[in-house]
Structure formats: C-alpha cells, structure tokens
Design a binder for this molecule. Structure first.
Ligand code: TMP
Length: 236
C-alpha cells in the first residue's frame, strides 16, 4: 500500500490517504508535544517505538473483542488503518489519581480510584480540551446516545484488558485517553495507544515511565518508553 496525499498533520502523527478510499496510513513522527502544543520537541526514535507499541496494544485489544482501526504495520514508522469518521471527543479512564484530576479536585496524586473515574473531554487545543459531559455531546451533535454508551462500554473493557497486560509486566496503568470514530455504522477505536497518551508507573517504585517525563522535564523520555516496550515483550 502506498501513501498518496498528506491529509492532516497532528501534533505527533501525520495521516495520509492511500489508493484505497477506506484506508489511511499513519506516520508516527518524533515530535512530542505537551500542554496543547505549547511545548514541542523532537525525541529521536519516539515515533518508531510508538508505532510498534500501538500495533502491539491494538492487536491485543482486537483479540479481546474491541474493534480497532489498526490493520497492519507498514514500516518502522507507518501503519495502515481503517478510515474512520472521527468523533471529536477524548475518553479518559483513571485508575489512580494524577494530572488534571488532581489540579481540578484538589486530590493528592497516587490515590487508587474505586471505581475508576470516566471523563469526556472536547478535543480542541485552542480551548485546552475542556471537560464535557454526555449532555454537551448530544446537544452539539458530536455523537448520539447509543454511540456515547458504546464509547463508555469499550473504554471500560479496554481497562480490564490493559490493567492485566501492564500488571503482568510490573506496571500500573494510572490513566489513559482513547478516541473513537465510525466505520460502517460501528464505533471503532482509533488514534493510538502509546506512552504519549497514558500514564504508566513502575508497580514497585512508582517511577513514571510515560509522557509525564516530558511534561515535567524528568529526562529519559524515549528510554522509558523503550523500558515499557521491553517489559511487554515488544521487539523494537
Ligand atoms: P489529564 O490528567 O491531563 O487530564 O490526562 C489524563 C490522561 O489522558 C493522561 O494519560 C494523558 C491523556 N490525555 C492525552 O493524551 N491527551 C489529551 O489531550 C488529554 C486531555 C489527555
């Protein structure tokens, strides 16, 4: 499969059209962004790791019955995916308190959240991805009731699969963000799953091994992503 035209360049990935109108090619770049694009750096090798990481996780999720857009790895930095009609909403699950939850609610970092917290955010950098609820999604026509419940159901199902997968590798899945789209009338998981869009801590030391290393200037960002990949048995 060959790239045709560049359709869209996001903060970390570029989307290309292909000869097949129902397939896109995603290119995972080394660009790393935080704070809605305010801080951007090129971290050598990150794109390659995230491409392989995403392929591994999406394949596991697909096997667990979660429909995903992922089809196949094409090269070190590229994957073939289904063309989805994206829903401009981010679905976040939190198993342990961190990040914006702590800032918003004055909760200390590291508290176990039972049951996990589910949140929707509106995907809009200019507005700093504001938190929204079902009512906003319906009123502004971003998704319907059926699609909202399916996104919640799938995001929770992903939690069951990934908590176990990361747990076996000695990692805590603190929180993560998923994005969905429509394909043939079905809700399908899109975007990516990588340490760019989740928080992963070492289960023993609680050392951060995700993009918080970049956000907080802790260093060893790509090295930490590689440690996580290695623990999961992903060949880099
Ligand atoms: P937050 O604590 O900043 O709200 O983020 C929660 C989780 O979702 C964290 O793992 C990072 C991820 N996330 C993104 O990757 N991109 C986003 O735009 C948002 C809002 C969250």
């Amino acid at each position: 499969m060959k790239k045709r035209t560049e359709l869209y360049a996001g903060k970390a990935k570029t989307v290309y059209t292909t000869d097949d109108p129902d397939r896109f090619i995603l290119e995972f770049r080394d660009d790393t962004s935080a704070f809605d694009g305010e801080k951007v750096e090129q971290l050598l090798g990150k794109g390659v790791i995230n491409n392989k990481f995403n392929a591994f996780i999406m394949t596991k999720l697909q096997a667990a019955g979660i429909p995903t857009h992922f089809e196949q790895l094409l090269s070190e930095r590229e994957s073939v995916v289904k063309r989805l009609d994206m829903i401009p909403v981010e679905c976040v699950i939190r198993n342990i308190s961190a990040g914006s939850l702590c800032r918003r609610l004055g909760v200390a970092e590291g508290e176990t959240l039972t049951p996990p917290v589910f949140e929707f955010f509106f995907k809009n950098d200019a507005l700093h991805d504001p938190m929204i609820n079902d009512s906003h999604i319906i009123t502004f026509g971003w998704a319907n009731e059926r699609e909202i419940s399916r996104m919640k159901e799938l995001t929770l199902k992903v939690n069951g699969v990934l908590k176990q997968l990361f747990g076996k590798a000695g990692l805590l899945l603190v929180d993560y963000k998923l994005e969905y789209g429509r394909f043939d009338g079905e809700i399908v998981l899109g975007d990516e799953f990588s340490p760019d869009g989740c928080r992963l801590w070492d289960a023993g030391s609680r050392e951060k091994l995700d993009k918080d290393r970049f956000r907080q200037g802790l260093g060893s960002v790509v090295e930490s992503y590689a440690v996580v990949a290695e623990r999961l048995g992903i060949a880099l």
